[in-house]
Design a protein around this ligand. Sequence first.
Ligand SMILES: [Zn+2]
Length: 414
Amino acid sequence: MMLKLFRNARIVTPKDEGSPAAGKNQGNVIRYDPGALIVKGGRIAGIGEEHAVLEGLPAEEVHMEVDCKGRCLIPGFVDPHTHMCFARLREAEFDMRIGGMSYLDILRQGGGILSSVEAVRRESESGLYRGTRSRVVTALEHGTTTVEIKSGYGLDTDNELKMLRVIDRVARQTPLDVVPTFLGAHAIPPEYADTPDTFVDLIVNEMLPAVRDQGIAKHCDVFCEDGVFTIDQSRRILSAAKQLGMAVKLHADEIRDLGGAGLAGELNAVSADHVLAASDESIDKMARAGVIATLLPATAYCLRKPYARARTFISRDVPVALATDCNPGSSYTESMPFVIGLAVLNMGLSPAEALTAATLNAAYALGLARRTGSLEDGKNADFLLLNGESPSILAYHAGVSPVRHVYKLGEKIV
Ligand SMILES: [Zn+2]
C-alpha cells in the first residue's frame, strides 16, 4: 500500500497509556523535533524522530512527501461537549445580558433555553441540518476532527428524535467524526413546568426506549442543576439509560454544588461537565471512579463567571478534558484554540496539559480513544499543522486560530 510521509515537523502529542491522563500525566507529552509521521490507508503507520522513521523506509513506497517546514504537528482536536444542533441564534439576548438584565428577566422577554426549544420545534429537518452542518464545518476549520453534539432543544419524543437524525446526517455528510448524545433532560419544557416528575416519567418510559430503538445516540446526558433536574431525577434518568446500554454523562455543579459530580462517580459516568462548583469531596469521588472532568472555560468567559478549579482536579488525579460547549446562549464558539487559550491563561493549565485535555482526554470522554486523540501507530491519521513551533501558539496568538492545515484520515481537508 502507498505511504504518505510528513517530515521536518515539530511533533507534540500526548501518549495513550490505556486510560485518560490524570495528575502528572496530564502534561506528559512526547516531542519529536524534527519528527516524521507516516500515513498508510488513513492510519498512522510510523511516528518518531525523523532519522529513525526514515531509516529502513522503502523510498519506492512513499508516493507523497510533505515538508512541514518546522511547523508544529499535533493531534486533531476532539470537542466532547457541544449543543451545535440549534435553529436560531440569540443575539438580542446577548445585548440584554451584557446590559445587565438577569436571566429570569430574559426568560420573561421570551429568551433563554426555552426560546431555542420553540425554534427547534418549528424548524424543518433540512433547515436544522444546514445550520448544524455550517457550525461543524467552522469547528473543522479551527482544527476539530471529532465533535460531540447533543440533542436537548426538542424536549418531546418526536423533536428529540428529529435532532438526533439531523446530527446523524451531519455525521454522514461531513469528514469529521460526529458523536450524538441524547439530552432529553436539558430543561423542563413549559408544558411540564408544574409537573416535572411527569416529564421525567416521559423521558424514562417513552423517550429513552425510542432513542435506543432509533440507535443513533450512544450516550445519555442530564442537566443536573438547581431549578432543572434534581439529583434524584438525574439518578433515575441515567440509571434507566445505563440499563438500556448507554454510557452516561452529566452537566454537573455548574452553578451550585448539588452533588452532581459525586453522582457521576456513583454512576461511573464517563464525564462530569462544567463542575465549577464541585466540592473537594465530589472531586475525590470522581477520581476514585475514573470520571473525566470536562471543563468549559468559554462558558465562564461568556457569562463572566469564575472558572472551574482546573488545578484542583489535576492535583486530585481527575483527568481534565476541554470542550467548547458551543450553544446559542451561554457560549457561542466553535473554536477549540480559543478554549485552549482560556484554559492556559485563565485556568492555569500548561500548554501541554491543555493539549492533552483537548485531544486524548476528550477522546476518552467520548469512548473513542482507541482510534483518535493521540498520534500513535494504528490510530487514525487526524492531525493539525500549526502556524507556530509548539502548542503554546494556541494560547499565545490570542483570538486568532493558528491552525494552518487539518488532516483527517491522512487527507488534507483544510
Ligand atoms: Zn452543555
